[in-house]
Design a protein around this ligand. Structure first.
Ligand SMILES: Cc1cc2nc3c(=O)[nH]c(=O)nc-3n(C[C@H](O)[C@H](O)[C@H](O)COP(=O)(O)OP(=O)(O)OC[C@H]3O[C@@H](n4cnc5c(N)ncnc54)[C@H](O)[C@@H]3O)c2cc1C
Length: 389
């Protein structure tokens, strides 16, 4: 009886489970291992102050489709013996494994970064959001300088821009903007690089959007350390200029790593814990292990002066998922895996009342096309927004 185990109940993991279940034959088993009981879309985080809960119960949804579930989390993978050790001590045997556990925010790489003992906030994880909202509400009562952005090693830039624009809009709406000077600090070599070398005129558009809103910026920035109320930043250009930037509220996208359960497994994960794959999304050493989502090692990390990771948008993830499902189904049926993914980044950035859409060709071919702007982006991104706003 073939057993497929999927680690991760997020953007990549859930559709992998659903699609595999649709194609499953009698006797085949699918199990999702997550480290939380509910699904929450990371992409909804920027509106956390405006939205109600977007979570739903994983066990209920999966079991309805005949998919097994554990919320105990993956503690350690043993690929040599096709076993996965869970957080509660249980051991699962698998025939195929899909790694879809997303990124682990590596706050520890920068002193003073992050919500656990640091001084900046993050939108990357559902557990970070309560602190974000609490401190934002305190900040509104006594505003001051704001720093928003993404540190070296980050791959998720669009949410940083989006957060800056949404914060700016809220401050303006509350007539507090003059008391809250804003700076966008990013490891991208230039504004609008987005981790993929820019998309069409993303640089000009995003610079214009920041300028219009009087948000200053530092690109090519390396955050050296953060103290209470001060961020120490050096620029890769400008003769390595150093800044000590004061802030009263800061949201910085962190560097990412893969999950601990795979760290250091030779041939499976790279030095940062991301999963090595071939063009069929399969690990070259452990050929019954596939990966999809942010956990995948980037084939072509961009050569920027301050390290950035190419972003994997949900659109690309959807394509990875389809390829993984197709390939596993074919292998179970005794055929060769032959499906690959499309790596096109698609970003929709809500600017408040309007938005920008970036649609690129395959990342490896230097994305060049498709920038659109309009209210539709704002409306499609912000499900909590009133159609009339
Ligand atoms: C704030 C923010 C906004 C974004 N906005 C957009 C957007 O507008 N458009 C877009 O295309 N992309 C966006 N992205 C990126 C996109 O959401 C992510 O790329 C996508 O969610 C990644 O999917 P994933 O499945 O790889 O990881 P996730 O969706 O994070 O799922 C990983 C899952 O694995 C679980 N997990 C972690 N560790 C373990 C473990 N040890 N054992 C078991 N399970 C584990 C996690 O709890 C999680 O449920 C955004 C990302 C962020 C952070």
């Amino acid at each position: 009886m073939t057993h497929v185990v999927i680690i991760g109940g997020g953007t990549a993991g859930l559709p992998t489970a659903y699609e595999l279940a649709e194609l499953a034959r009698a006797g085949e088993r699918i199990t999702v291992v997550a480290n939380r009981a509910t699904f929450r879309s990371a992409a909804a985080s920027a509106w956390i102050t405006a939205q109600g809960s977007t979570e739903f119960d994983l066990a209920q949804n999966l079991r309805r489709r005949g998919i097994g579930f554990s919320a105990a989390g993956a503690r350690r993978l043993h690929p040599e013996r096709n076993q996965l050790e869970l957080g509660d001590g249980q051991v699962l045997d698998y025939d195929y494994l899909v790694l879809a556990a997303g990124p682990r925010p590596a706050f520890e790489e920068i002193e003073g970064l992050g919500p656990h003992g640091g001084y900046t906030h993050s939108l990357c994880h559902a557990d970070h959001l309560a602190g974000c909202v609490r401190d934002w509400n305190r900040f509104l009562a006594d505003p001051g300088p704001v720093i928003v952005g993404a540190v070296q090693g980050a791959s998720c830039f669009a949410p940083a821009y989006e957060s800056a624009f949404l914060m700016e809009q809220e401050l303006r709406a509350r007539k507090l903007r003059e008391r809250a000077p804003m700076t966008f600090v990013t490891a991208e070599p230039y504004i609008g690089h987005l981790g993929v070398g820019g998309i069409a005129d993303s640089r000009a558009r995003l610079e214009a959007a920041l300028r219009e809103r009087d948000i200053g910026w530092i690109a090519g920035a390396r955050v050296e350390r953060v103290e209470r109320g001060t961020m120490h930043v050096s620029e890769s250009g400008a003769g390595g200029k150093r800044h000590a930037l004061a802030f009263r509220y800061s949201m910085m996208m962190p560097p990412f790593r893969g999950i601990e359960a795979v760290a250091g497994i030779e041939g499976l994960a790279d030095a940062r814990g991301f999963i090595l794959i071939d063009r069929f999304l399969r690990n070259p050493k452990y050929r019954n292990i596939y990966a999809a989502g942010v956990t995948v090692a980037s084939a072509a990390a961009s050569a920027t002066s301050v390290a950035t990771e190419p972003h994997k948008s949900a659109y690309a993830i959807e394509s990875m998922v389809s390829a993984v499902v197709r390939n596993i189904r074919d292998e179970i049926d005794g055929k060769r895996a032959g499906a690959g993914a499309e790596w096109n980044p698609v970003h929709l950035a809500d600017l408040g009342a309007s938005g920008l859409a970036f649609v690129a060709g395959p990342a490896s071919l230097h994305p060049t096309h498709g920038v659109d702007a309009g209210d539709w982006v704002h409306l499609s991104r912000c499900s909590a927004c009133d159609a009339g706003d």
